[in-house]
Design a protein around this ligand. Structure first.
Ligand SMILES: Nc1ncnc2c1ncn2[C@@H]1O[C@H](COP(=O)(O)OP(=O)(O)O)[C@@H](O)[C@H]1O
Ligand SMILES: [Mg+2]
Length: 293
């Protein structure tokens, strides 16, 4: 068998749109990641996406946590079709995009992601063109990834435009977040990181937590990491998980909702001002992703 990765590379680089490139939008590809599991990534992803959407941004969530995908559970909806059906060309893109509260679009990863490398060239061509079509209509494509350093996770993280690392103030969560950053930075120093401190008791604790990571990364990796913001420890989050309804909508006046709205507004403002360059959007993402071993 020839080098399938090489075929994929060519496929992506020679793929052309029929639309006018001058009017194309390029979505920013964001991964939400963490070193340790259970730190609040999925809740963050969902409510961050809803916050961006409430600011008028076009957002889609891609549930890429292969083992523990649960964005749909947090929204109280179920997804009949997922990435698998798209990859097999059994369903079109619009058929695998499901809608959560406020019409928030999302795609469930299902088992599809791990099947990527058994696909025919035709399957992949279709997938790439569908993804590119989708990206033209979006401002942000947000991947909720699994915790830690699995191969699949690293492929997403190192391919994306931006990685938001979620950690709690717990020492184990901090050290695992730093370990993730260190590994990613070691192989792909171009990936920009931002920090989100979840379950902080207050701003002071959030700052102390982020400073530990930021100062260590600066000292030992010569890497600048931005502190994006924090979300306080809040029972509204726990209640919302049980109710299967996002806290931003169910408890809009809660601390958690307030914090994430502020964080999303800051993120949207910074992105618009162009501080973080898009690494060629979905096309760059797909090229890098398919290339990674
Ligand atoms: N800000 C918060 N305040 C209180 N509890 C939280 C908060 N964020 C997350 N949790 C708790 O942590 C649990 C795990 O969150 P989840 O988003 O599923 O984590 P992950 O996706 O990282 O595994 C939630 O079910 C909730 O009980
Ligand atoms: Mg999760």
């Amino acid at each position: 068998m020839n080098d399938q990765a090489e075929t994929l590379r060519q496929l992506v680089s020679t793929h052309h749109h029929t639309s006018n490139p001058a009017v194309e939008r390029t979505a920013q590809i964001i991964t939400i990641c963490s070193g340790k599991g259970g730190v609040g990534k999925s809740n963050f992803t969902l409510n961050f996406a809803l916050s961006l959407q409430s600011l008028g941004k076009k957002v889609i969530i891609f549930d890429a946590d292969i083992g523990m995908a649960n964005i749909d559970v947090l929204m109280g909806v179920s997804s009949r079709y997922n990435l698998y059906h798209l990859l097999r060309r059994e369903k079109r893109l619009d058929e695998v995009i499901h809608r959560g509260p406020e019409g928030l679009p999302y795609i469930a990863g299902g088992s599809g992601i791990s099947d990527m490398f058994s696909l025919t060239e035709g399957d992949l061509n279709y997938f790439v063109s569908q993804m590119e079509t989708m990206a033209q209509e979006m401002d942000y494509i947000i991947f909720d990834t699994g915790a830690g350093l699995s191969k699949e996770n690293l492929k997403f993280i190192t391919s994306a435009d931006q990685c938001l690392v979620v950690t709690t103030p717990e020492p184990t969560s901090i050290t695992d977040a730093y370990a993730l950053i260190k590994v990613v930075h070691g192989s792909h120093p171009e990936v920009p990181f931002s920090l989100v401190i979840n379950r902080a008791s207050d701003e002071i604790e959030a700052r102390e937590t982020s400073d530990k990571i930021i100062l260590t990364a600066r000292r030992f990796l010569e890497l600048d990491i931005r502190m994006l913001g924090y979300v306080r420890e809040d029972q509204a989050v726990v209640k919302s998980v049980k109710r299967q309804y996002p806290f931003l909508l169910g408890f809009p006046r809660s601390h958690a909702a307030h914090d994430i709205q502020r964080l999303a507004a800051l993120y949207a403002a910074v992105t618009v001002s162009g501080e973080h360059s898009v690494r060629n959007g979905i096309k760059g993402f797909m090229q890098r992703w398919l290339k990674r071993k």
